[in-house]
Design a protein around this ligand. Structure first.
Ligand SMILES: Nc1nc2c(ncn2[C@@H]2O[C@H](COP(=O)(O)OP(=O)(O)O)[C@@H](O)[C@H]2O)c(=O)[nH]1
Ligand SMILES: Nc1ncnc2c1ncn2[C@@H]1O[C@H](COP(=O)(O)OP(=O)(O)O)[C@@H](O)[C@H]1O
Length: 197
């Protein structure tokens, strides 16, 4: 018999994707898109990763990243404090576990901006996560953006472009691809995927 009285009908299942992973090659515009998204919707929560990479000019500890030493990163790994971590272009990056789980338990949407290896690890440990790939309009435009950013010396750019080839080849592993032609459009699409708007 169907439940008809108010209050006894089952709640519709909560199908909102709570954990969203954004990945894409270095220089594609991940940080730019996320910054725009948070300007429009400051309530969107983005996990702040730990990294052994040196801060770029203008980057502040605790804002873009928690900048840590190799020893400190070793301790985070040994103590099980990272949900996932990976080595990317000679530095290590990891997602602090506790803050992410707290927000997920509170039913709040969570965004991780992590590399391909991290996205694969999240897919294994949290299959309900939605994986979004940010792609460049073209290879030439990716090179232009990464070089034009002016934050890395040529040998680091080369290393990141090598990684980019591997990442671009893995696009089909993701649930959705967004092409970063317009920052505003991509930010809007990402917010819609996260069901924030
Ligand atoms: N696996 C993993 N990757 C991360 C994490 N934080 C950042 N990354 C990725 O590490 C890569 C390098 O980041 P970064 O040095 O800031 O360079 P950018 O992507 O060119 O701005 C990017 O693909 C990031 O998405 C993390 O916590 N875990
Ligand atoms: N849609 C876009 N059109 C043109 N330039 C962009 C666009 N998105 C980002 N950029 C520029 O590309 C460069 C790399 O962007 P960034 O957000 O640092 O990439 P990522 O975080 O993926 O490494 C920056 O100089 C940024 O201003």
């Amino acid at each position: 018999m169907a439940a008809t009285s108010r209050g006894t009908a089952p709640e519709p299942p909560d199908v909102r994707p709570r954990l969203t992973v954004l990945s894409g090659p270095s220089g594609v515009g991940k940080s730019t898109v996320v910054a725009h998204m948070r300007k429009v919707h400051p309530e969107v929560w983005l996990s702040v990763s730990a990294t052994t990479r040196m801060p770029r000019p203008g980057e502040r500890d605790g804002v873009q990243y928690h900048f840590v030493t190799d020893d400190e990163f070793d301790k985070l790994v040994a103590n099980g404090e990272l949900l996932e971590w990976a080595e990317f272009a000679g530095n290590r990056y990891g997602t602090p576990r506790r803050a992410v789980l707290e927000r997920l338990e509170a039913g709040e949407p969570v965004l991780l901006e992590i590399d391909l290896q991290g996205a694969r690890l999240v897919r294994e440990s949290m299959p309900e996560a939605q994986l979004v790939f940010l792609a460049p309009p073209s290879w030439e435009e990716l090179v232009r953006r990464l070089t034009g950013r002016g934050t890395e010396p040529p040998e680091v750019i080369e290393r990141r472009l090598e990684a980019a080839k591997i990442e671009l080849a893995a696009e089909s592993e993701f649930d959705t691809t967004l092409v970063n032609t317009s920052v505003e459009d991509v930010a809007r699409e990402l917010l819609a995927l996260m069901q924030v708007v």
